[in-house]
Ligand binder design. Structure first.
Ligand SMILES: Nc1ncnc2c1ncn2[C@@H]1O[C@H](COP(=O)(O)OP(=O)(O)OP(=O)(O)O)[C@@H](O)[C@H]1O
Length: 353
């Protein structure tokens, strides 16, 4: 059995908007084991990045409740100096946008060396330089010496993402958090970067949290998958179970919306609407109810729980028991342009404010 590396218990991350706090991550519990990739999937705004940033302790102004145990030690409330030491050494992060993650005023070699210097006491200048070149080699940079002397703007998007990965793995982290690591890249480079992350996981027996909205990437990479919707995990299972026997209407809709995963002969399904903005999230009942208005309200739980329907396979709310795709677009009962909906007489709006 794989050893648990990260154990998140009832994490709630809330941001202040006006006079109130709103939970972007709402009561999330999960574990990541050594040597496994846990993918977190969901549409834009479902809380994936807020979750990752909470683990990294990068939310300066959020209110964070719950526990995040890394190798048994709670990261929440950990003194800043200790957390800083863990970040970049034991826990590495690959950010979505490599350009904003890099310092435009330093050569990439200097930036890799800096992360080595911060986390390895007594490393000499020559050792640092050699280690940086070795890392550039490892992430597949063709002429490492020349590249080390270049600035981020002189490199392509794929090369920059490799540099970000080199920095993230410089100190051989046990946990790697990759937030949409390939979104900005073209398909060939995407595959190379994913292969690289896979190799690193295998070489270092690291645990990886891979955040993505791309189910193709999930199928390629994940051992287990957590599906997030509106701040909550709605389904979690191993990759085989999740793709062969998805239960939650949201998971089924996501899978049904990609061409080669849709059941053969069936129509592709588009999920109407969008994730409601933070301020307008329904705080009671099933949060997905507004997206499947053709399913009777009575099929939803009033306080939806995650149910373990078979070992290791959890699904939120009972609505999955009676879920079916609509027979036609109009059956869905939600006009594509709808910007508001109501549940039990209470009105909710989509949008960003
Ligand atoms: N600092 C913040 N202050 C206020 N609201 C925030 C903050 N950061 C995120 N949010 C809100 O929290 C919700 C979740 O955002 P988050 O970025 O975690 O989603 P995501 O699933 O990662 O989306 P994407 O795929 O677009 O990155 C969104 O409604 C977002 O607007």
């Amino acid at each position: 059995m794989k050893k648990s590396l990260l154990k998140i218990e009832r994490l709630t991350t809330s941001f202040r908007i006006g006079d109130d706090y709103y939970a972007a991550v709402d009561d999330v519990s999960l574990t990541v084991n050594r040597g496994e990739v846990l993918a977190i999937v969901g549409e834009s705004g479902s809380g994936k990045s807020a979750l990752a940033f909470s683990v990294m302790g990068l939310h300066a102004h959020a209110r964070i409740d719950g526990r995040i145990y890394y190798k048994g030690e709670d990261l929440i409330g950990m003194p800043a100096a200790k957390l800083n030491k863990l970040r970049g050494s034991e826990i590495g992060m690959i950010f979505q946008d490599p350009l904003s993650a890099l310092n435009p005023l330093m050569t990439v070699g200097e930036q890799i060396e800096e992360s080595l210097l911060l986390h390895r006491n007594g490393i000499s200048r020559a050792q640092r330089r050699n280690a940086a070149i070795e890392l550039l080699n490892k992430v597949g940079i063709p002429s490492p010496e020349r590249t080390a002397a270049q600035y981020p703007h002189e490199l392509s998007g794929g090369m920059r993402q490799r540099i970000v990965i080199a920095i993230a793995i410089a100190n051989q982290p046990s946990l790697l958090i990759a937030d949409e690591p390939t979104t900005a890249l073209d398909v060939t480079i995407q595959l190379q970067i994913l292969d690289l992350i896979k190799a690193l996981k295998n070489d270092m027996d690291a645990g990886v949290i891979l955040i993505t909205h791309d189910l193709g990437v999930v199928a390629e990479m994940a051992d287990r998958v957590a599906v997030m919707y509106a701040g909550q995990i709605v389904e979690i299972a191993d990759i085989f179970t999740l793709t062969s026997n998805p239960k939650h209407p949201y998971t089924r809709s996501l899978l049904q919306s990609i061409p080669n995963s849709a059941e053969s002969g069936s129509r592709l399904h588009t999920i109407q609407g969008i994730v409601p903005s933070l301020k307008h999230l329904p705080r009671r009942g099933c949060r997905f109810q507004s997206r499947i208005p053709w399913i009777e309200a009575s099929e939803h739980e009033s306080e939806p729980e995650l149910h373990e329907i078979e070992p290791g396979h959890f699904v939120r709310c009972t609505c999955h028991l009676r879920f079916r795709f609509p027979d036609s677009a109009s059956d869905a009962g939600l006009p594509p342009s709808a910007d508001a909906y109501s549940i039990n007489g209470e009105e909710f709006r989509y949008g960003t404010s």
